[in-house]
Design a protein around this ligand. Structure first.
Ligand SMILES: Cc1ncc(C[n+]2csc(CCOP(=O)(O)OP(=O)(O)O)c2C)c(N)n1
Length: 592
């Protein structure tokens, strides 16, 4: 058994069953060993190492397991970085195995010799190690997996290519060696009883309780519902926590923040008590004004407590475990005006969203694409979103149901995550329908290349349904709107315009299905056709770039910048027309 054989077999013992990667001479030994290990370690070959890291990150997000990727020395290793930062910043565990030039060449300014320890020092800050002798590899692998799982972080093992070919050796039982083992049990952290009682006191005293849930609450749906009912609270969801609660709950106010909803804004502004569960939602200005609400927070990671809002009670714990223990300490609140107000806000908001979606646009209102999709989503589907304007519409217009999953690049907010995330979802859950919502900028950045990976593998999936919806607005729209509203500047054609591309024809070139939509009245039928397809689909939907992704709360500064922007806006007519229609739909729900 070579060192490389040992690496794959040990990772397999840890329960890691799939690696996303790309070969090279820096990982030659690992490449050959992977072929020998194929019964136990499935290999997904990407077209670019960044996709492998995004896939590993998404695998961790969708399965709760440790994600695994590998790349060759030098350029391959460098390519991994964005995907690894995505995992790091959204706190999911990923192990990266990276090749290096031969030990005899290190320090010789050799070809493809990059200082990988330095390169990965930040992204894999919890653990990055270069293995130098066969007796060392066991503890390198064991520690990389255990530390990634324990600290929900990225770890990295660098393996020089000559070491990969050597015979594996167990460490001898002598001074200067260590003898590690496999095995890790997930967190069951229960906060101290006294702290739970203090938290209950704060929550019981509240008259208007708001709850904010994030991805840390994804395994605690029943508990969150039970707590919300007991406290007669409204619940808002950070984007990565969108699947924590179904949007059919009348007191679920949807997303929070720039991409969020008006009922969530109102909930946070008017509450007297805030319970935050498993979230490091970034924007403090969308939370209650400090001092206006008493705060209780639960997070698995103590470093993220009181990070955005000064909490009174800070508890380290696993969401489901902590909430189960908290529940019997809470008094049942009586239904009252607070809950009623939240529910009527939520009801009105859904009408507003429908009204906004149905406003005519040129040619298609992007909100309507999501509105029509939402009605048709199959049970248990998995959705991925990219970082452009699609994130707004996915966040707001998609009604999440129980059993569905959804994710995107949250804290890094990197362009180009939607398609590799969709591939990882499909490999992890081949029987479920997967949808990727992506802008044309992101599709051209890397989505087109991921479609080749999809065309390579889709026949292996028991259910081949994977729909990639490309929002073809020929604009880097999210940034165009940010410039309009945040910088008071009109669209700059040179930086913002994106060339048209026949995404549907490209799908057919790859043996997939292509659908093109230019007419809003044909959207419903197009979604039906996509969901009925017997293979992956690209939907090329021509959308209006001038429909504003209105924030839930417009500040004076936003309004002032909007006015300033008008002087330099080349598409002023349609920007004004669409903005007026959106605003009217907000104040006059259900009147077109
Ligand atoms: C890797 C990366 N580069 C740049 C950005 C900045 N950025 C955020 S959204 C966006 C525009 C996205 O355009 P597109 O994918 O066409 O989607 P749209 O907003 O038009 O729907 C850009 C450039 C980013 N988030 N990530």
């Amino acid at each position: 058994m070579t060192v490389s054989d040992f690496v794959w077999s040990r990772l397999g013992e840890w329960g890691l069953k799939r690696v996303f990667g790309y070969p090279g001479d820096g990982v030659g030994g690992l490449d050959l060993a992977l072929e020998r290990a194929k019964e136990k370690m499935a290999y997904v070959q990407v077209r670019h190492e960044e996709m492998a890291a995004f896939m590993a990150s998404a695998h961790a997000k969708f399965t709760g397991e440790v994600g695994l990727c590998y790349a060759t020395s030098g350029p391959g290793a460098i390519h991994l970085l964005t995907g690894l930062y995505d995992a790091k910043m959204d706190h999911v565990p990923v192990v990266a195995i990276v090749g290096q030039q031969a030990r005899t060449a290190i320090g010789a300014h050799y070809q493809q010799e990059v200082d990988l320890q330095a390169l990965f020092k930040d992204v894999a800050s919890e653990y990055v190690v270069t293995a130098m002798v066969p007796e060392q590899i066991r503890h390198c692998i064991d520690r990389a997996v255990r530390i990634a799982a324990t600290t929900r972080s990225v770890t990295c093992v660098i393996i020089p290519n000559d070491l990969q070919e050597l015979a594996y050796k167990d460490p001898p039982l002598v001074h200067g060696t260590t003898h590690t083992g496999v095995g890790y049990a997930g967190p069951a952290k229960l906060p101290e009883q006294s702290l739970l009682h203090q938290a209950a006191d704060v929550l019981n005293a509240g008259k208007k309780v708001a709850i904010l849930v994030g991805s840390g609450a994804l395994g605690a749906t029943d508990e969150v519902i039970a707590i919300a009912e007991k406290l007669q609270a409204g619940v808002s969801k950070a984007l990565l926590g969108k699947a924590v609660l179904p949007d059919s709950l009348p007191w679920c106010t949807g997303g929070l923040g720039l991409l969020g909803t008006k009922p969530s804004w109102d909930l946070m502004q008017e509450c007297d008590t805030l319970l935050m569960i498993g979230s490091s939602f970034p924007y403090s200005e969308f939370l209650p004004k400090p001092g206006t609400a008493r705060g209780v927070q639960i997070d698995l990671d103590g470093t993220r407590l009181s990070l955005r809002y000064p909490m009174e009670i800070n508890m380290v714990g696993d969401s489901a475990t902590a909430l189960k223990a908290l529940l019997p300490l809470l008094e049942q609140k009586k239904p009252g005006s607070w809950r009623k107000e939240i529910e009527s806000n939520v009801e009105a908001w859904w009408k507003t969203l429908e009204d906004r979606a149905m406003q005519p646009a040129n040619p298609i209102n992007p909100q309507r694409i999501f509105w029509e999709a939402s009605k048709r989503l199959p049970e248990n589907c998995i959705m991925t979103g990219d970082s452009g304007s699609v994130a707004n519409w996915y966040g707001r217009d998609i009604k999440m149901r129980r059993g569905m999953m959804g994710s995107l690049s949250g804290s890094l907010a990197s362009l180009g995550a939607a398609t590799p995330y969709a591939v990882a979802a499909k490999f992890a859950f081949p029987d479920r329908v997967v949808l990727a919502f992506i802008g044309d900028g992101a599709m051209q950045m890397n989505g087109l290349n991921v479609m080749i990976t999809i065309s390579k593998y889709w026949r292996e999936w028991s259910n081949p349904k994977l729909i990639v919806m490309v929002l073809n607005n020929q604009d880097l729209n999210q940034v165009t709107w940010e410039e309009r509203v945040q910088l008071g500047s009109g669209k700059t054609e040179s930086t913002q315009a994106i060339p048209d591309f026949a995404y549907d024809k490209y799908a057919e070139l790859l043996g997939l299905k292509g659908i093109v939509v230019r007419d809003p009245e044909k959207l419903g039928a197009a979604w039906d056709e996509a969901f009925a397809a017997d293979r992956p689909v690209i939907m090329n939907v021509y959308a209006d770039p001038n429909v504003p992704p209105l924030p839930p709360h417009i500040t004076f500064k936003d309004a002032k910048n909007f006015l300033t922007m008008m002087a330099t806006e080349p598409e002023l007519g349609s920007v004004l027309k669409n903005s007026a229609k959106e605003l009217l739909a907000s104040v006059l729900p259900s009147k077109h």
